[in-house]
Design a protein around this ligand. Structure first.
Ligand code: BES
Ligand code: MN
Ligand code: ZN
Length: 494
């Protein structure tokens, strides 16, 4: 997908389709929309009168463009008026998704609200997201080439069009989001820990230094928490570390490690999960996919960023050698953990990965994890929640999320709940009671980070369980754009 941005009147853009955002406030066509409607010979008001497009009922409608320069108009439900990256991203992905399989060569997307650079960037990320087809990776015989067409060129039209440099950088970010999403969607028989290490090694071509610790190396380092989770699986665990060129050059006071939960499959282990929808647990590597994709993107647009990506990769499987409830392991930081629930595995692998990242020299940590089902219960699939220590560091993450159109919300890191993890046999158990379990999961992790740290729980937001207007069922590439933006801001502040 090629991108351009232009400050012109939407009525004069030559394109196969002009996408027009419609807001609830547009019940009476006024202002900019009335002007476009008049230029088009009234086709928009006609479509609304016919009931072809109703803001309360439809996500989009494709109609003839009448007398404007474009051939067709795509009315897109943009809900409420107001600018902002989140809206722009959604609008763009709804538009390109709606046009999948159509012979559209050029889509013009009208950013009606005078978006700034962030708005344009988010629209570019969204436009590429909307063109994504999860089934294209493994293929389906029934899909013809014509059905698989997507829009090759997108022109963003609005006031304040940014320079082509900004557009190109946004395109890199968009591609990074899709790369991470593709990894998160891959089946576990095709993407197990060692395969993820191969993916990571490909980042050497982008100038990164890639380290892959095997079981023996991790045992020598004392990573029993991570190893215990992986010991039941036929595929052995690995710990992936990816250093950007800027990591080595950075001053020791400012180095950012992004750590992603990489459970290639979470069966629950001996504390096995119900079989219903267990296939979704291939997405339990979404955090690892996100940090690897962010590192790859940064290596291409900001190689001097002092960033390292860390991905602990395991399969959580039952079996004769699997970890049992009641087993006690010693984490790399010396704390002993009684494993009361083998399905609370994410926190175990992150415990060692966070500590290792700090030992490598990280002064700031962000981890991304499909850590709890509780995040999904509380926040659904639109919102990622995060915990921060200190909260100022969390604000930096929040700003990066807002800027790229990802919806983040802070939760309290109530370390007062620490006694919920008291154990008769060890420093702590790994699973607390259900009440407050979302908060308590973060409290567990906080025992393994001593520098500024943010934990992002994408248990609900990593993937969709059904098709939606803006995205298909499956992984979304959640947090990739936020991590990239955070690292850009982080290095700009050096
Ligand atoms: N990967 C799951 C969390 C999850 C479940 C994410 C469903 C997305 C959808 C995690 O490892 C897990 O099993 N968490 C348990 C924790 C509990 C055993 C303390 C959970 O959320 O039930
Ligand atoms: Mn689990
Ligand atoms: Zn899990």
């Amino acid at each position: 997908m090629r991108f351009r941005a232009e400050s012109t009147n939407p009525a004069s853009v030559h394109a196969d389709v002009l996408a027009v955002p419609i807001y609830k406030e547009d019940a009476e066509l006024t202002g900019d929309l009335a002007e476009l409607n008049a230029a088009a010979g009234g086709v928009i008001s006609q479509a609304i009168e016919w009931g072809e497009f109703n803001i309360l009922e439809h996500y989009s409608a494709l109609i003839d463009a009448g007398t404007i320069a474009a051939d067709r108009i795509l009315l897109v439900n943009a809900v409420r008026r107001g600018r902002g990256p989140w809206r722009a991203r959604r609008l763009a992905s709804t538009a390109t998704r709606r046009l999948q399989g159509k012979g559209v060569e050029r889509l013009a997307l009208w950013l009606r609200d005078g978006e700034d650079e962030d708005g344009y960037t988010a629209a570019i990320v969204g436009a590429l997201q909307g063109a994504y087809r999860p089934y294209a990776h493994y293929g389906r015989v029934r899909d013809t080439e014509a059905m698989l067409r997507s829009v090759p060129e997108v022109v963003l039209v609005g006031e304040h069009a940014p320079s082509q440099d900004v557009v190109d950088r946004a395109a890199h970010m968009a591609e990074g989001v899709e790369f991470g999403r593709g990894l998160a969607n891959r089946a576990t028989n095709d993407l197990y820990p060692e395969k993820m290490a191969e993916v990571a090694r490909e980042l050497e071509a982008d100038g990164c230094t890639v380290e892959v610790l095997d079981v023996d190396q991790m045992r020598a380092l004392g990573m029993e928490a991570l190893l215990g989770v992986g010991q039941g699986a036929a595929h052995p665990p690995v710990l992936i570390g990816i250093r950007l060129p800027g990591w080595e050059k950075a001053s020791p006071e400012r180095r950012l490690a992004i750590v992603g939960k990489g459970v290639c499959f979470d069966s629950g282990g001996i504390s096995i999960k119900p079989s219903e929808r267990m296939e979704e647990m291939k997405h339990d590597k979404s955090g690892a996919a996100a940090v690897i994709a962010a590192a790859r993107t940064l290596a291409r647009i900001a190689p001097d960023a002092p960033v390292m990506a860390v991905a602990p990769m395991v399969e959580n499987m039952p079996g004769g050698n699997a970890q049992r409830p009641g087993d006690v392991v010693k984490a790399m930081n010396g704390k002993t953990i009684e494993v009361t629930n083998t399905d609370a595995e994410g926190r175990l692998i992150l415990a060692d990965a966070l500590h290792w990242a700090e030992q490598q020299g990280a002064t700031h940590l962000v981890d991304v994890a499909t850590l709890t089902g509780a995040a999904s219960v509380a926040f659904g699939d639109l919102i990622s929640c995060y915990f921060a220590k200190p909260r100022e560091w969390g604000l930096e993450v929040q700003r990066a999320a807002d800027a790229t159109g990802e919806w983040f919300w802070e939760m309290p890191l109530a370390t007062e709940y620490r006694p919920a993890y008291d154990s008769a046999h060890a420093d702590m158990v790994n699973s607390a009671t259900r009440d407050g379990s979302l908060i308590k999961s973060a409290v567990f992790l906080s025992e393994f980070a001593t520098v500024p740290w943010v934990h992002v729980d994408i248990g609900g937001s990593a993937y969709l369980t059904a098709d939606r207007a803006a995205n298909p069922k499956g992984a979304l590439g959640t947090t990739v754009s936020t991590l990239v933006r955070l690292a850009l801001d982080y290095s700009a502040a050096l």
